[in-house]
Write a protein that binds this ligand. Structure first.
Ligand code: AHR
Length: 503
């Protein structure tokens, strides 16, 4: 197999937003409790934050972390998570059939985010609650002082406002599974009124209105249009959620997930433009891909949900602690490539989630924290994808997929920054053969600094996973790349191993 890629460092799609490397912490399963927070763990600090997890989070490199849900937020009372811990109520969490102790809440997350050096993206409950409660939590967080709510925050130990800028107006309100699920009109009206009041309280907020839960929703498209007709003048971003999985061993289609995500983003972008044009609004609304990942939802739907209910109401049950394989890591790498190719539309993106729940980082209560296979494409992309995303022309071999028809055998994305650093991200979708790549980059005389590949190590197959005891799936240098120069720029050749992701 072979492919040619052409780029010109002056031919840019747009700047790579730092917020593209976002993540997500939900009160769900063991994401918070025994994930990021475990008082008494040997590595925990005085606040109960696991030091081993914080170390891995810094290595992973997320820029912004969404909190506190997810489906959880749609029945959550934010006040339960503030004030003296001993007087916080224990509640049922209907979304995840769990008991929520509320030992970890708003102040704890703000402190954790500071320790992790990430921006907070805070979601308000528009399922069981509404305009007033959203305004209240905003005032509590961001108003300097002198009002009942802001003074309560100060009395609870945060003298200075948290100053959260990014706010989600509810979560997946199009989904019948959502507590307080609404029609597009009902949600659009509520989101508009909530946005209006939130902007009165703090004009500097950036607001994310909820788009579709996935592109297979029967309301996809119509939902975006109606919701935006209510809210376009009031919001900055529209959310898009996307999870991918391998169906019945169809690995070719699974490896084409990034092409499907490209289409989902472009279609959503077109609807945004259409609504803005019809409303005569001269503004931009970005796409916030604030939940994306690979996730075996069949196992969740057919097995885990029933086990969760049968297990009764419990604190921090194990929920969707998927073990990720080499294949999953390669698909995650290609999805990151899709986000990079679409930076003209995508203003931020959050891999869902950060710890334990379909996450790149896993923990054992009282035990180790470790990197799943999917950790590596994320951390490398977060570190290397800086500057502008480049337009690429890809020609050569293709593979046939049930999901997207013919797709390029290599999924490609590239960035170039003002210091002359170029990063190229390549996914080889060929499962049985290596692929030769000839990459011409015009306008820059480049040397090869490093190459990293995630693939099945010799003697192992594409289903290999990491565990608390061993992390065999990790990036290794890719030998054999060549670099040449001509008057136009740089020519790099490289051979990608079968089913691999390379930076
Ligand atoms: O990330 C897990 C869940 O997936 C989130 O709570 C929900 O928003 C989505 O359906």
């Amino acid at each position: 197999m072979g492919i040619e890629i052409e780029a010109d460092v002056s031919d840019v799609i747009g700047p790579v937003p730092r917020r593209l490397s976002g993540s997500f912490v939900e009160h769900m399963g063991r994401s918070v409790h025994t994930g990021i927070f475990e008082p008494g763990h040997s590595t925990s600090d005085g606040q109960g934050f696991r030091g081993d997890v914080l170390g891995l989070v810094r290595e992973l490199g997320p820029s912004v972390v969404r909190y506190p849900g997810g489906n959880f937020v749609s029945a959550y009372r934010w006040e339960d998570g503030v004030g003296p811990v001993e007087s916080r109520p224990v509640r049922l969490d209907p979304a995840w059939h769990s008991i929520e102790s509320n030992r970890f809440g708003l102040h704890e997350f703000a402190a954790w985010a500071e320790a992790a050096e990430v921006e907070v993206m805070y979601a308000v409950n528009l399922g069981t609650r509404g305009v007033q409660e959203a305004a209240d939590v905003l005032e509590y967080c961001n108003h300097p002082g002198g009002t009942e709510l802001s003074e309560r925050r100060r009395a609870n130990g945060a003298d200075r406002p948290f100053g959260f800028r990014l706010w989600c107006l509810g979560n997946e309100m199009d989904g019948p599974w959502q507590v307080g699920h609404k029609t597009a009109d009902e949600y659009g009206r509520l989101a508009a009124e909530t946005a209006r009041l939130m902007r009165m309280i703090d004009p500097d907020v950036e607001l994310v209105v909820a788009g579709s839960s996935n592109s297979e929703m029967p309301t996809f498209g119509a939902w975006e249009r109606t919701v935006l007709e209510h809210t376009a003048g009031l919001v900055d971003h529209l959310s898009l959620h996307a999870y991918y999985q391998e169906h019945d061993g169809d690995v070719a289609s699974y490896l084409a997930s990034s092409t499907a995500l490209d289409g989902y983003i472009r279609t959503t972008g077109g609807i945004i433009d259409d609504v803005l044009a019809k409303a005569g609004l001269d503004k931009k609304i970005g796409i916030s891909v604030d939940e994306w990942n690979v996730w075996d939802q069949r196992h969740w739907n057919e097995v885990e949900q029933r086990e969760l209910i049968d297990g009764g109401w419990r604190e921090q049950p194990r929920i969707i602690e998927d073990d990720y394989t080499v294949t999953d890591a390669v698909v995650v790498g290609s999805l990151l490539g899709s986000l990079l190719r679409n930076v003209d539309r995508v203003t931020m993106a959050n891999q869902a989630q950060l710890v334990n729940v379909i996450a790149p980082i896993r923990t054992e209560p009282g035990g180790r924290a470790w990197r799943q296979s999917t950790f590596h494409p994320f951390s490398l992309t977060s570190a290397l994808a800086v500057g502008n995303s480049l337009w690429l022309s890809v020609t050569g071999d293709t593979v046939h997929t049930g999901l997207c028809g013919r797709v390029d055998v290599v999924d490609a994305a590239a960035t170039f920054d003002e210091d002359g650093r170029c990063a190229v991200f390549l996914t080889n979708r060929a499962t049985g053969s290596s692929t030769d790549v000839r990459l011409r980059i015009r306008g820059a005389r480049l040397a090869l600094a490093e190459t990293w590949t995630v693939a099945a190590p010799d003697g192992h197959d594409r289903h290999l996973t990491n565990s608390a005891d061993a992390e065999p799936v990790r990036p290794v240098p890719l030998p054999g790349a060549t670099v040449a120069h001509d008057p136009e720029g740089t020519i790099i050749t490289v051979t990608l191993p079968p089913l691999s992701w390379t930076a």
